[in-house]
Design a protein around this ligand. Structure first.
Ligand code: BES
Ligand code: MN
Ligand code: ZN
Length: 487
């Protein structure tokens, strides 16, 4: 595993297998002046290659005989426009390049390194180095093992670095678990992963199986799992601080270990990547894993409905009417709108814990991706202060969020059912909004609640920035940053 340290070495004194240097556009001198002789030679190369520090540009310069055989220059773009996330992306670009050139050790030097920047650099490096290759048998895995062992951030801040490592490891844990294929991670094995996590981190853990769920009246969660040979589980993890908690937070994650659509079956194109429908759950678990070490003064509960949505003779059906855990009834309009049905029971259960606030995260609607594009998640809330706090955290983590409205009463009417309290789908138009309005039905008005729809951002086919191909783990760091600032 890549370890990250601060270094107090002067850049000109560094002797290492690789050095990464951050450059603002047009300000290469500023980045190289502390490097003395080496700096002059690097500058010549940069001029020759027309490297000026444009955002996301990279130049590799090698000195096979020197004390630093590989120097990587990475562009941050114009200084006045550079944002904190640009540092993460730049750190990821350098880390990937250093990995490719088989460096076992890497130093990072940024001329500007005020506090939060070292957190971002540690995050970018660890996120950028991530890949999901444990099932590759062709030796790539072995090669990966010979990756970077030690990363040094010159003039970094110890606490910032530690937090960056913690947040990125939480996100990488979420990625690892959500990237697991659906033949290996089903509701029971997802629950097992939660049990292992709880044991490792000293969390309380309760798993409810299908028999207990029946007894509890978790009929919505059970209905969605009815068609599968792998029955559902409810996962409940609890973090308790050492002193009397100031607040009680509930985190709820959608844990569809596979979403075939059920009887309203998806097309083969749309079904592909639906192993990722458990990402919300994995993000919640990743956040739980990391928050333990933040030493937070509040109690945090994680609640996950783990379930597989499959078509079969025992599947739940369109027209079914289900009595949920809260007592409210749902008429099924579309079995592919299963996430909200499972979340109805889990949000209801979480509300009974009487939390001071509740945040759920879910790959809920393709409509959210249509509305906001593939790089920004939607956020909905019944409490503007909670929403603002999450938006604020997200502007630091680079996990972009955009608030969508839930105040359109006419749109809400489309969820009315002639036979039950609410229908589970209201058609294509505004589907991210109607899905959020559906969830709202299962949250008491006096509990501040926010819902984050990550359907568009949870899975990337092509790598970019600090994301590899596959699950992004989007949301993990925003939840952690929000909790960290809340204390
Ligand atoms: N898991 C999907 C949403 C999704 C789509 C996640 C694409 C990731 C990528 C969800 O269960 C679903 O199928 N939603 C439907 C709802 C519709 C039937 C009302 C959708 O968004 O099309
Ligand atoms: Mn679905
Ligand atoms: Zn789904």
């Amino acid at each position: 595993m890549l370890k990250v340290y601060k270094s107090s070495a002067r850049p000109s004194e560094v002797s290492s297998q690789a050095l990464g240097i951050f450059v603002f556009e047009g300000k290469i001198e500023e980045s190289l002046k502390e490097l003395e002789g080496l700096g002059k030679r690097v500058k010549k190369q940069a001029e020759h290659e027309h490297f000026t520090g444009k955002k996301e540009s990279m130049l590799k310069v090698t000195f096979p005989e020197g004390p630093i055989p590989r120097v990587f220059l990475v562009g941050l773009g114009q200084e006045s426009k550079a944002r904190i996330d640009d540092y993460r992306v730049a750190a990821a670009i350098i880390t990937k390049a250093a990995l490719e050139s088989h460096a076992g050790e890497l130093y990072l030097y940024s001329p500007k390194i005020n506090p939060p920047i070292s957190q971002a650099l540690a995050e970018g490096a660890l996120l950028g180095a991530y890949r999901f290759d444990r099932y590759k048998t062709d030796g790539r895995k072995e090669e990966g093992k010979r990756g970077i062992d030690d990363l040094y951030i010159i003039n970094g801040d110890d606490d910032d670095i530690e937090r960056g490592v913690l947040f990125a490891c939480g996100q990488n844990y979420a990625r690892d678990l959500a990237n697991e294929p659906p033949n290996l991670v089903n509701p029971a094995t997802l629950a097992k992963a939660a049990v292992d996590l709880a044991e490792d981190m000293g969390l309380e853990c309760e798993i409810y199986d299908e028999v207990e769920l029946e007894r509890m009246g978790m009929n919505a969660l059970l209905a969605v799992g009815r068609g599968s040979a792998n029955p559902p589980r409810l996962i409940h993890l609890t973090y308790k601080p050492s002193s009397r908690p100031l607040k009680k937070i509930a985190l709820v994650g959608k844990g569809l270990t596979f979403d075939s659509g059920g009887l309203d079956i998806k097309t083969s194109e749309n079904m592909r990547t639906m192993k990722g429908d458990k990402t919300g759950a994995c993000v919640v678990l990743g956040a739980m894993r990391s928050l333990v070490k933040l030493d937070l003064p509040m109690e945090v509960h994680a609640l996950i409905g783990a379930v597989e949505n499959m078509p079969s003779g025992s599947s739940y059906k369109p027209d079914d009417i289900i009595k949920t855990y809260t007592g409210k009834t749902i008429e099924i309009d579309n079995t592919d709108a299963e996430g909200r049905v499972t979340m109805a029971d889990v949000l209801g259960f979480a509300s009974k814990l009487n939390p001071s606030c509740m945040v759920d995260i879910a790959t809920l609607t393709g409509g959210c991706a249509v509305a906001l594009g593939p790089y920004r998640a939607g956020i909905f809330a019944n409490d503007q202060a909670l929403c603002n706090a999450l938006l604020d955290a997200s502007s630091f983590t680079g996990e972009m969020l955009w608030q969508l409205p839930m105040d359109d009463e006419r749109l809400r009417k489309r969820l009315d059912s002639p036979f039950a309290d609410v229908a589970n789908s209201a058609g294509r138009y505004g589907s991210a909004i109607t899905a959020a309005m559906f969830l709202r039905e299962f949250v008491p008005e006096d509990i501040p609640w926010a819902h984050i729809d990550i359907a568009g951002v949870s899975y990337y086919k092509e790598p970019f920035g600090y994301y590899s191909s596959g699950i992004s783990g989007f949301g993990t760091r925003t939840i952690l940053q929000w909790l960290y600032r809340l204390q």
